[in-house]
Design a binder for this molecule. Structure first.
Ligand code: N01
Length: 565
């Protein structure tokens, strides 16, 4: 139930794709007193902060946008196959204006803590502006990749040059002209930014710890014909995005590697390479689940790296990849491997010669010292749980989220955490989130949360939280879903939290695919929210402590879902 004595019915943390749509759904559809709290000075979330050179979305632009509104789809026109960061930021500003969101977004304000008052059924949310705001529902729309990982390398404080993490890039950019730049990290971000930095820097040294696959993006301008055809087929694209396991606008081929001859397979991979993009991994349905099948794609890409990179030393370091293709998030690139053919770009193999320290003038490895003017950390994130833990949330009975998640995140459906009533986590741990095209997963969560809140209001429910048993059962299902794929086989994957020292090793996102996940969420809602404890306004509680009733999707064989991003 919404409360008149609270400052707000709903507070939403974060004004990215998720928070913006959640505000619209709660304020304009349900009529709630809702507000967004945003640390940045503008909307955009990840696209507000990640302004590094070369920042671009790996999802094709016509699929990387809101689909809840035909008007937004029809009024906006993308200029390239993959949108660059400035264009996505313009798009999100356009959406904010079109939906008149800004008047209910508190910019330049960071949430520093949130505490649940069980007696009053209210959240008290503290901000760095010194305010404490009360709200019935608290919705974390903080993104999965917004807590930067700056590795604890000895000596950084002594470095006399400038250093940046890619996700906290200065608004005006960084001028690399005449500068010797060291870049640490070769994930999706590093692979995007190295070619762009090399364009202007005097010299670039890339420090690689784990070699990575990448497939050419083949970015290109979009023409009027494409835009026209897209606008005429919006329902088709909407259905497509909502029916594929990872919410991308392409289907997985209905064939296995062994179904074709070696010659046919080579042709299929060559064609996919020439076409470019994330759909490279969709040409066979067993690449994400079968090691032997996967090896054919992995070997193909490694051979491409060796063909592209002319210096055999660099080619060896780049092609020495130790995990199956796609078992870590597969990057796509614009001239990444070609960049290493430049005389002013060097590559250091940190597996062979680890970093010892950062000195006043550069980076020292076990083998050499590299003099640098600028260090760029493309070192990723404390993913999915990091941004939620940074909110300093204390739930019912004084339990902190950090305590509740000491052994790894627990939640039901990645939407609610036992012990944290009326807190919702958009794309939280245990939901498809980072294994999907994010806006599709976000829309599904936002709409489910709005539906759940509407149900609570209709049924005079004062508080609702995930049941312990349901969270336990869901945790097992999340594990089973991951184990049906090659995803958990990479020990150094951030999907397992392995990039953050001390983080529990738990496979975090849900790998069962979006359609199955959507069906489970819809079934839970249709059955009156089994798996959640509720307390009504008269103080009467309801719990489903005897396990869960049959829910569609729990029972279907997991191998049916081919693979995740
Ligand atoms: O981060 P990462 P990212 N010493 O964690 C290395 C999304 N994204 O920012 O692999 C030396 O993947 C680390 O090495 P290793 C996308 O989901 C989306 O690149 O741990 N190196 C790795 O090479 C992506 O997956 C888009 O051995 C260290 C790199 O830093 C996610 O963001 C675009 C180190 C980190 O790679 C994260 O990508 C870009 C250390 N101490 C990114 N610590 C879109 O298209 C870490 N590394 C929307």
């Amino acid at each position: 139930m919404a409360r008149r004595d609270a400052d707000f019915d709903a507070l939403i943390v974060g004004a990215g794709f998720a928070g913006m749509y959640q505000l619209h759904a709660l304020r304009d559809r349900l009529g709630l007193r809702a507000q967004v709290i945003e640390a940045g000075s503008g909307v955009g979330g990840t696209w507000y902060w990640n302004r590094y050179p070369g920042a671009r979305c790996d999802t094709e632009s016509h699929a990387y946008c809101y689909y809840f509104s035909d008007a937004l789809l029809e009024e906006w026109e993308w200029s390239e196959r993959y949108p660059a960061q400035p264009e996505i930021l313009r798009y999100l500003n356009f959406a904010a204006d079109r939906l008149d969101l800004r008047r209910d977004i508190r910019f330049d304000t960071r949430v520093t803590g949130a505490r649940y008052d069980t007696e009053a059924n209210l959240w008290h949310v503290e901000t760095d502006t010194g305010e404490t705001l009360s709200t019935t529902w608290l919705i974390a729309a903080v993104g999965c990749l917004s807590a930067a990982n700056i590795p604890d390398i000895p000596g950084l404080e002594r470095f006399e040059g400038a250093w940046y993490h890619t996700s906290d890039w200065p608004e005006g950019g960084v001028d690399f002209t005449g500068k010797r730049v060291g870049q640490i990290g070769t994930g999706s971000t590093g692979i995007q930014t190295a070619p762009a930095i090399a364009e202007t820097a005097a010299h670039l040294t890339v420090f690689q710890r784990t070699a990575n696959y990448s497939v050419p993006a083949r970015n290109r301008p979009l023409d009027e014909d494409f835009t026209q055809a897209f606008r005429e087929n919006i329902p088709h694209y909407r259905d497509l995005l909502r029916s594929t396991p990872n919410g991308h606008p392409f289907r997985l081929a209905d064939r296995k590697v062994a179904d074709v001859t070696e010659e046919e397979r080579r042709k299929i991979y060559e064609e996919a390479w020439a076409k470019g993009g994330l759909q490279f991994r969709a040409v066979f349905k067993d690449l994400g689940v079968d090691r032997e099948a996967n090896a054919t794609a992995s070997d193909f890409i490694k051979a491409k790296i060796r063909e592209t990179v002319t210096d055999p030393r660099k080619a060896n370091i780049l092609a020495n990849i130790d995990h199956p293709y796609g078992a870590k998030r597969p990057p796509i690139d614009t001239h990444y491997f070609e960049t290493f053919n430049r005389a002013d770009v060097d590559l250091v193999d940190l597996r062979a010669t680890p970093i010892v320290e950062i000195t006043a003038t550069g980076i020292r490895t076990t083998e050499a010292t590299y003099d640098l003017d600028v260090i760029v950390f493309a070192t990723g994130f404390d993913a999915i749980t990091g941004p939620l833990l940074k909110l300093n949330i204390t739930g019912a009975g004084g339990l902190t989220l950090a305590e509740a998640w000491q052994a790894g995140p627990r939640s039901f459906l990645g939407l609610q955490v036992p012990g944290f009533p009326n807190l919702f986590t958009i794309t939280g741990p245990g939901s498809p989130s980072v294994l999907t095209n994010m806006p599709v997963a976000i829309e599904q969560h936002v709409e489910w949360i709005a539906g759940c809140i509407a149900w609570m209001r209709e049924n005079a429910i004062a508080a609702m939280e995930a049941d312990e048993d349901a969270a336990e059962a869901w945790g097992r299902h999340v594990n089973d879903a991951a184990n049906a794929t090659l995803l958990p086989t990479v020990p150094h994957s951030w999907y397992l939290g392995a990039n953050i020292p001390g983080k529990p090793r738990v496979f975090i996102p849900y790998a069962g695919g979006l359609p199955r996940y959507r069906a489970i969420c819809e079934d839970v809602a249709a059955q009156g929210y089994p798996g959640f404890r509720t307390k009504d306004t008269a103080g009467k509680t309801r719990a489903t402590s005897n396990g869960l009733p049959p829910i569609r999707g729990f029972t279907a064989p997991l191998e049916a879902e081919p693979q995740a991003v």
